[in-house]
Design a protein around this ligand. Structure first.
Ligand code: HEC
Length: 203
């Protein structure tokens, strides 16, 4: 009798653990990119737990006081797209990368003078999707969740206000053209992302 009770108890523990593991897995790995019925990209969630690939920095004070995308750009790729890239060295259909803008906080630390990260001030994204964006170069479309609009496009960009919940794809000339002309690999600036370069399979 005792043995049976113990076994039932154990089963309960296993089931509870299983459910917790599944719920946890879903929370960490969102289904991004997600779109609404009008084709707007919904703001990705949990991207700070995606794979971090690099941090370009274009400080305002080295760009006449106003960089196109100010300050630090922390770039992340979704874990599913990362797994595909590691295996094939290519960006799969459905790839999403985000760049989170971070202000320069301080310019001096006990380690020396430099640029040190301050506060989160904006969020931009790019998605590769052949079905949704058949006419875009490389099938990549570009989005901004930065409050007041992308700093590159809008004088009203407020930096640091609440992020937008959804975003409409920019016209090709606004973003894609420059990526197409200058990015090292399929419209993505891998020349600035050492994590991706190191992960690319050698041919
Ligand atoms: C004048 C050239 C230029 C234009 C125009 C441009 N970008 Fe970029 N973008 C870059 C460069 C260079 C990088 C990498 C270095 C950096 O972030 O400074 C980059 C990186 C990115 C990344 C990170 C992933 C990647 O592809 O490397 C995103 C997301 C992004 N840009 C979004 C946008 C959006 C949204 C727009 C339009 C509002 C835009 N970009 C317009 C030059 C440009």
């Amino acid at each position: 009798m005792m043995g049976l009770l113990n076994r039932v108890h154990m089963l309960g523990v296993v089931v509870v653990f299983g459910v917790v593991a599944v719920v946890h897995g879903v929370a960490a790995q969102t289904m991004d990119p997600r779109f609404d019925t009008d084709g707007n990209l919904l703001r990705p969630e949990g991207y700070r737990e995606w794979i971090y690939v690099g941090t370009p920095v274009t400080p305002n004070d080295m760009n006449g006081g106003k960089a196109a995308f100010p300050e630090f750009h922390n770039v992340y790729i979704h874990p599913d797209s990362w797994a595909h890239y590691k295996k094939t060295g290519t960006f799969r259909n459905g790839t999403i990368l985000v760049k989170e803008l971070v202000s320069v906080g301080s310019k001096a630390a006990t380690s020396g003078l430099g640029y040190f990260m301050g506060e989160y001030i904006g969020l931009e994204a790019t998605v590769k999707d052949a079905k949704r964006f058949p006419k875009e170069p490389g099938n990549w479309a570009y989005f901004s969740f930065t409050s007041g609009g992308s700093p590159m496009m809008s004088k009203e960009a407020t930096h640091g206000g609440p992020l937008k919940d959804k975003a409409t794809a920019f016209p090709t000339a606004a973003c894609a053209a420059c990526h197409q002309a200058a990015a090292a690999e399929d419209m993505v600036f891998t020349q600035y992302y050492p994590v991706l370069r190191a992960a690319k399979p050698k041919r």
